[in-house]
Design a protein around this ligand. Structure first.
Ligand SMILES: Cc1ncc(COP(=O)(O)O)c(C=O)c1O
Length: 403
């Protein structure tokens, strides 16, 4: 095994076997050894247009010819056009955009904005959540990645389960008037694709209104068509006070995130200082990539396409569950985000993971959580999608039979 001079993320280094990428083509990754892998997970959920999209490459190249660098407070076309575009996609009343380099920083800055606006320090989020790896975003995160770093940022209260009554009660128990903001993924994604009860978001919105608490929708994973609409919260009939985005914002072609801010929050900073900033605030290349991605999503009708292909994706997973009821169950999802539960003993998992690798298929599969999550590129062909589902089905069959 080659020893690298850089860290691999989220792992003990000795446990990682790297994979040498040669190039990418659409939804396929080609390794240096010539093997082609079909990506059914959009890398880390950001690659909504796959690799090498001509419009993306063209827009980034054009921006490098025009303006590569800019100071944080400069005005330039890609920045103002992108802000206007994002506000046009947000609900009515949204008036400002704060740019970041990724999703964690978007949540981090939304936390700061919420504290500055409300004068309160507490936040509420779910145990079944991931909000990013910086200390503030990690404090919001409920899953196994937070405890090793504690104490992270004080003041975050986590709630368990998907009963809105628990959220309402917790807000009261924590002291009405003490919580600056509730942070919520419209569909907790990496933690298992948990579709909210119909009354969850309306009751959460009402509870936030009752306590003058801000509601932040973390759309880092769900934003820009993943669920079949531009934003995941659009399925819930509720308007949040801030929206955090990253990942598919640029389809992963450049690092960029953002906080979209409703006028009722943004107006606070007309005469109060916004204590927040970044050297690479609204980086020109990131802005150009985002503008291009948002244009491609629209031109290629990809939000509607994700909604149309929901049944194809879930149908493939239903077939797997029917064929293997002992190990695969509970299909759920929205748009081109879907999951099943996988249950098996350790030896089953030890057979399954190499079988998936032998099928050269990538997805988000976790023994710890017992889930397999699929999030194919929004422009993946139906044939490739069914090929990917077939490969996953074959791997599960082989791992089951192999027992
Ligand atoms: C819902 C959600 N929020 C925030 C983040 C963090 O984004 P980033 O890795 O760009 O910092 C992620 C990343 O997986 C995410 O899924």
């Amino acid at each position: 095994m080659t020893v690298r001079d850089y860290f691999y993320t989220w792992n003990a280094q000795a446990a990682v076997e790297g994979s040498e990428l040669a190039f990418g083509e659409g939804a396929e990754l080609v390794m240096r050894d010539g093997t082609r892998w079909l990506d059914m997970g959009s890398l880390s959920y950001q690659a909504s247009l796959g690799q090498g999209h001509a419009s993306m490459r063209g827009a980034i190249a054009a921006q490098t010819n025009r303006l590569c660098l800019a100071p944080p407070n400069a005005d330039f076309a890609a920045k103002s056009d992108l802000a206007a575009k994002l506000l046009s996609l947000a609900p009515e009343g949204y008036s400002k955009v704060f740019f970041t380099l990724g999703g964690a920083e978007a949540n981090e800055n939304a936390m700061k904005i919420a504290r500055l606006v409300t004068g309160r320090i507490k936040f509420l989020s779910r145990y079944r959540s991931y909000h990013g790896a910086t200390l503030g975003a990690l404090a919001l995160t409920g899953d196994y990645r937070r405890p090793p770093l504690e104490p992270a940022v004080p003041g975050v209260v986590h709630i368990l389960g998907d009963d809105p009554g628990v959220l309402e009660a917790t807000m009261v128990l924590e002291g009405p008037g003490s919580i600056a903001a509730v942070f919520m993924e419209p569909i907790p994604g990496a933690n298992g694709v948990i579709i909210p009860r119909k009354d969850y978001w309306p009751r959460m919105r009402a509870a936030c209104d009752a306590h003058e608490t801000l509601l932040v929708a973390d759309e880092v994973l769900t934003g820009f068509g993943r669920t079949g609409r531009c934003f995941g919260f659009e399925h819930e009939g509720v308007v949040p006070d801030m929206i955090t985005v990253a990942k598919a914002l640029t389809a992963g072609y450049a690092p960029l995130g953002a906080v979209l801010v409703h006028e009722r929050v943004a107006q606070h900073f007309e005469h109060e200082v916004l204590y927040a900033g970044l050297t690479n605030y609204a980086h020109p290349i990131g802005c150009a990539a985002a503008l291009a991605a948002l244009t491609v999503y629209e031109e290629e009708g990809l939000y509607a396409r994700a909604a149309q292909l929901e049944s194809t994706l879930q149908g493939g997973l239903e077939d797997i569950c029917k064929a293997h009821p002992a190990v695969a169950s509970r299909v759920r999802g929205r748009g081109l985000l879907a999951a099943i539960d996988i249950s098996g003993d350790q030896s089953f998992w030890e057979r399954l993971l190499p079988r998936l690798a032998a099928q050269r298929v990538l997805l988000h599969i976790s023994e710890r959580r017992g889930t397999a999550i699929l999030a194919p590129a929004l422009n993946m062909s139906e044939q490739q999608m069914s090929d990917g589902l077939g490969r996953i089905a074959s791997a599960i069959t082989e791992a089951t039979v192999g027992g």
